[in-house]
Write a protein that binds this ligand. Sequence first.
Ligand code: GLU
Length: 303
Amino acid sequence: MAHGKVIGRFAPTPSGPLHFGSLVTAVASYCHSRSQQGQWLLRIEDVDTPRVVKGATSQILTSLEAYGFEWDGEVLYQSSRFDYYESKLDELLNQQDCYACECSRKSLREKGVKSGLMGQIYPRICAEKNITPNNHSIRLNTESASISRFNDQIYGNFELNLNEQVGDFILKRVDGIYAYHLAVVLDDDSQNINQVMRGADLLLSTCLHLYLHQRFKLPTPQYLHLPLVIDSDGKKLSKQTGADAIDNNHPAASLISALKFLNQPTHTSWINLKPQVILQQATRYWDHKLIKPETHIQVYEPS
Ligand code: GLU
């Protein structure tokens, strides 16, 4: 990056312990930041409180330590930021970028609302109603959004027409939970993140985040999306669907597998090294250009 210090991050959701897919993201974001003498911050994405699994946060922290990761500064918890999210949402409401909505998903289904790339495209039924925000969901008005595009450092150019293909997405749900899209944009800004590395399942979401940066007048970080680790059924490994936790007793083997998945150079002798030293070596040889976006069809069979 041309200006200033690189600040990257790892932002797991505590809906379960880390699995091989999360390890791949942690390794990539860590080595990429450190190879540029950058910082690597840790954020626990516990905004969606009903999805948080008891004990998962401490399991995640324990695994990261067992795998030799060292993060800079304090861990940021989304659950400590609800007042901030609310104040920023008020800002958008005052700018008339957002509106309260009383439509349920079911009522929209019954109306035969069409679906876009990320679920129903909301037909702006409540946009002009001036409903008071309390106890209602809040949507971002994307009418003026047009094309949202960015150049991903791994996947290349990516674009979509937010207004036509996604529509007015929710920033706060009717149950009071702030949307991931709102939280991630505000958190990356508060933590001064300028390089975001995460799974390719979030490529589409990035277009939503770019539009939020515009509405909040925030700088846009650089994005690098990583190929997804797929299980033998062809599904993304995920904490929610109970993917196997990484083994804290054998970090070397899993770190080497993660580096191989990322198409980085490794050496058989590394199996005998401490995880911190493997990460140091991996950082030395790190080259994000070696990552192949198409490896997302590679099947990971836990050994
Ligand atoms: N919390 C998300 C996850 O665990 C990652 C979001 C992000 O990196 O922006 O999949």
